[in-house]
Design a protein around this ligand. Structure first.
Ligand code: SF4
Length: 394
């Protein structure tokens, strides 16, 4: 297929490349032969389904393809179209999402399908602006859906595309400051026709050939016009400014085990970290947490016999549970207590059978806390899908 060129922009960008400007047609021809088969991707000649494209793009945010595939397949089997997903209770969606991480996505997913049903008659809008107005859809996701599902002439830039563009134009300035420049270069590079295929071709190239370590330049359809290859420093690009890790936060968690085989859990507030997810009660997590005051936040039980506050002996487990969120590391001290059978749950909390924990929408931090509190090596959970960065996700 002929690809329309955007010559003025190309003249400007050409200065950064060694011999010639990367030709979209060469990459599209490679894509037509070597495209990856992915469950959300339309086959050659098929029209992409916007619902599937949207669902995959939301799941792929900060998450690897490998981790997403089983979740995506299960979601689609259960909620095959937008109306089915919009009719599902949020609780069911959160349960199905458990283990995929970044749980705000699941809540936004639910809000988004409801908004599409209410505002757009259950059809995803085709314009980037209308897509961006929906919950959970930012600039990149709007551009990706517009390009892939509707073939709009736009240029989504994810981590893989960032890397390929940085190498093609031998951009040595470090991320994240250089992102606007990479987006500008990507706009020069993208053809006006087949923008969705071109985006997916760059993603596939980044995932299979132009990989973060040891790019296989000999097999790359753009190698003749690659600046980093010409300079011999492809592996060092893109460069990154040293990452500043957020300050350590600390807190305590309470694992109350009823002696007839139950554990005390609750639903976290909708807003904030792990919002709306299931977890054991905890203190606040803060930089200046003082463990001396931890038990003041422990759940309080009413005795069945005496109808007054029960004396509970909280036992501090040795060590701490460590977890790293995107913007800060966390350490939780874990307190464990045995509670008399049939004791009612404190207000806002509930008992679940220990045997049913694996089926709860328990985020991985809470699985670690419960395992530590119960002195088990682990609570069964899907493998961690977290990617170290968006750069490695596709
Ligand atoms: S030639 Fe090498 S570094 Fe350049 S885009 Fe292709 S794989 Fe990446």
């Amino acid at each position: 297929m002929t690809v329309a060129a955007k010559e003025p922009g190309r003249q400007r960008a050409r200065a950064a490349a060694p011999d010639s400007f990367p030709e979209p047609a060469a990459l599209l021809a490679w894509f037509d032969r070597h495209r990856r088969v992915l469950p959300w991707r339309a086959r050659s000649g098929e029209r992409p389904d916007p619902y599937r494209v949207w669902l995959s793009e939301i799941m792929l945010q900060q998450t690897t393809v490998r981790a997403v595939v089983p979740f995506y397949v299960r979601f689609l089997q259960r909620w095959g179209d937008i109306r089915a997903l919009a009719a599902a209770p949020l609780e069911d969606i959160l349960k199905a999402w458990a283990g995929l991480g970044y749980y705000a996505r699941a809540r936004n997913l639910h809000a988004c399908v409801r908004a599409v049903v209410e505002r757009h008659g259950a059809e995803f809008p085709a314009s980037e602006a209308a897509l961006r107005a929906l919950p959970g859809i930012g600039d990149y996701t709007a551009a990706a859906i517009a390009a892939i599902a509707f073939d709009a002439p736009t240029s989504p830039v994810d981590g893989n595309i960032e890397r390929v563009v940085a190498r093609l134009f031998a951009v040595a300035a470090p991320l994240p400051g250089v992102k606007p420049e990479l987006r500008r270069l990507a706009r020069e590079l993208f053809p006006r026709r087949r923008a969705g295929d071109f985006a997916q071709a760059l993603m596939d190239l980044g995932a299979t050939i132009c990989t973060p370590k040891k790019p296989a330049c000999a097999f790359c359809p753009l190698n003749e016009s690659c600046g980093a290859r010409a300079r011999g420093d492809a592996e060092t690009i893109p460069r990154r400014a040293p990452r500043r890790e957020g300050a350590l936060r600390r807190g305590a968690a309470f694992v109350a085990r009823r002696m007839d085989g139950y554990i005390l859990i609750g639903t976290r507030p909708a807003r904030g970290l792990l919002g709306g997810m299931t977890g054991v009660p905890t203190t606040e997590w803060s930089r200046d947490f003082d463990e001396k005051n931890a038990l003041g936040a422990a759940p309080r039980f009413l005795s069945l016999k005496r109808k007054n506050k029960n004396e509970i002996h909280w036992c501090r487990r040795a060590g701490v549970v460590r977890h790293v969120f995107t913007h800060f590391p966390l350490e939780l001290a874990v307190y464990e207590a045995e509670i008399a059978p049939h004791t009612p749950a404190p207000k806002g909390l509930r008992w679940i059978a220990v045997a049913d924990i694996a089926g709860e929408a328990l985020p991985s931090l809470m699985r670690k806390v419960v395992a530590h509190g119960l002195d088990q090596s682990e609570i069964t959970a899907p493998p961690s899908p977290r990617a170290p960065s968006r750069a490695a996700r596709r």
